[in-house]
Write a protein that binds this ligand. Structure first.
Ligand SMILES: [Zn+2]
Length: 569
């Protein structure tokens, strides 16, 4: 028996080894074949449409031409059920997630701003005093800042220094021995910087000058082609002009949603078409350009100059270009996602995408380009729009949230228990809690319970709850958003269609864990990608690992997502 068994073991060893070797050859060849399936990719073109909720593509299809969204729908793999898995659906959070393939708990970008506990003040996500923006012109007048996150920045310097996880671009740089050219450009600094990662270079639109700028993190001085591009003063060319509808007004689904009292008038920009930009000496002039299709048009023009001058996609080493278009989000914030302005900016973006694809086809060849399109978050309809339709909705102001939290603290014996509040996080005053000799976790939980009882708040989640085995879906989203030193002690989650509102000029918002904020498109188009519509649930953390797999690379270092299997078959 023993002899037979040992004989079998010997035989098995041999045959199993053979089988294993065969499996290695077969499996190995498929793995390596996978790596070799896209040797034709010379350019990865990652497009992010800021604030493009997934359903807006379907909603506005009637106004689309050929070659833009229709090209993506016809030639691409379209994932119709993609949702972010973090609670605070804001711009830097979404971009960093797309770039790194992991959650804010890992990449550290938990919000556009967070409270710096050590310094005792708010921090803007990509601020960096060591990397000042390189000036593009002397005596540039300072434009008025309407971005509530930018207003919190303590310095004009910008870099990815506090992004804690490697990006896809960083992976490309490492894999190809530094030979891959990596760029991130956008209407917004944070969207360019996050996607460029540590190894790439970033340029973004300045609302002070209408120029595209960068910081000393990336360059000592502007490349000649950027100097030349800025010298053309394209943004200033819109002085005295206005944003008008592209198509026949009657052809728009939302033709009746132009003049609504709750839209924001940017001091003369108006609530109805046409929207006049004013003159360049108006502090809001260059901002208004960004709140129109022309912000994206300028970004398109700058991107073309970049592709030509940096000679992207001209050899067998894949280059990477991230373009994050900001106009849809900017228009959403002032007019809402169910406005005539929103419909027109998406329709005009469709033409801009068509122009971009035609240009890439001519310069690089679409057959050599892996196009990936997604968004950093969706967008919520304004409470006023929803109440008009019969929903209960409203705006929660920070003072009221802080007052309710302090009231609970008072009952427990702590005067002003709130150290700081900036949506969605509430930070408690540890020193005061310790001085009152109270149990910190109990205080945290008591305040969270009291806030959960407020009208308009769905759930306030105490950080201490995140380490417990609470697997309810909403808590999971907060957990994925929780970075131990940057996140607050209590995460405040509004009811659907309610806003955590900071009384700024921005009227429509995103940033909730609800489906209108988490639902984004994911579309892949390029060599070897079979046109298809995929309904299964997927996530933006899968995007970077998928691009990496298509190039035969390992996923970015901290990635939690998985390659989308339909694209690797
Ligand atoms: Zn955004």
């Amino acid at each position: 028996m023993i002899a037979t068994l040992s004989g079998w073991i010997v035989r098995c060893r041999l045959s199993c080894l053979l089988l294993a070797a065969l499996a290695l050859v077969v499996g190995g060849s498929s793995t390596f074949a996978e790596a070799q399936t896209r040797p034709e990719v010379r350019l990865v073109l990652q497009i992010t449409i800021d604030g493009l909720r997934a359903d807006l593509i379907n909603r506005y299809e009637r106004g689309f031409g050929k070659g833009g969204f229709r090209r993506l729908e016809e030639k691409g793999a379209v994932y119709t059920n993609a949702h972010f898995q973090h609670a605070n659906t804001e711009t830097i959070v979404g971009h960093a997630t797309l770039a790194t393939g992991t959650f804010p708990s890992q990449h550290g970008m938990v919000g556009n701003v967070w409270f710096d506990r050590e310094a005792g003040e708010l921090a803007y996500n990509i601020e960096d005093p060591d990397s000042p923006i390189i000036p593009t012109r002397e005596n540039a007048s300072k434009g008025a800042q309407v971005d509530p996150a930018q207003k919190k920045s303590r310095t004009q310097g910008r870099s990815p220094a506090v992004l804690l996880a490697p990006t896809l671009g960083d992976g490309l740089a490492a894999y190809f021995g530094g030979r891959s050219k990596i760029f991130g450009v956008s209407g917004k600094d944070r969207s360019a910087v996050a996607m460029a990662g540590k190894a790439g270079k970033a340029f973004w639109y300045s609302t002070n000058t209408g120029d595209f700028v960068t910081s000393t993190y990336y360059y000592d001085a502007y490349p000649g082609w950027v100097v030349q591009w800025n010298a053309r003063r394209l943004a200033a060319g819109y002085a005295g002009k206005a944003w008008s509808l592209l198509n026949d007004p009657a052809s728009y689904l939302l033709a009746d949603q132009d003049d609504r009292p709750y839209e924001v008038d940017l001091k003369g920009y108006g609530r109805v078409f046409p929207h006049p930009f004013g003159q360049t000496d108006d502090p809001l002039f260059f901002t208004r350009i960004l709140v129109s299709p022309f912000g994206d048009q300028l970004l398109l023009d700058f991107s073309k100059a970049l592709v030509s001058n940096e000679e992207l996609g001209q050899d067998e080493i894949p280059d990477y270009l991230s373009i994050s278009f900001s106009a849809v989000d900017a228009v959403n914030h002032f007019f809402g996602p169910s406005s005539l302005e929103n419909e027109d900016v998406v329709v005009q973006l469709d033409r801009i995408l068509a122009d971009l694809f035609a240009f890439i086809d001519k310069t690089v060849g679409l057959k050599h380009t892996l196009v990936v399109l997604s968004a950093d978050h969706g967008m919520a309809d304004m409470p006023e729009y929803m109440t008009g339709l019969g929903f209960k909705a409203g705006r929660l102001e920070p003072d009221k949230i802080v007052a309710a939290a302090n009231q609970t603290g008072q009952k427990l014996g702590v005067n002003e228990v709130v150290r700081f509040f900036y949506r969605p996080y509430l930070y408690l005053d540890d020193k005061k809690i310790a001085a009152a000799k109270l149990n910190r976790v109990k205080v945290e939980q008591a305040v969270a319970d009291a806030l959960t009882d407020m009208d308009g708040i769905a759930l306030a989640v105490a950080a201490s709850r995140l380490s417990a085995k609470d697997t309810s879906p909403l808590v999971e989203l907060v957990r994925n958003n929780h970075h131990v030193s940057r996140s607050g002690d209590i995460y405040i989650m509004q009811d659907p269609y309610w806003f955590l509102f900071d009384k700024g000029p921005v009227k429509a918002m995103h940033g909730s864990p609800w489906r209108y904020d988490t639902h984004v498109p994911i579309i892949f188009m390029g060599p070897g990608i079979r046109p298809q519509r995929v309904q299964r649930r997927v996530h933006p953390v899968d995007v970077a690992p998928t691009i990496a797999a298509l190039l035969g690379m390992s996923p970015p270092g901290a990635a939690q997502g998985s390659p989308l299997e339909e694209l690797l078959r």
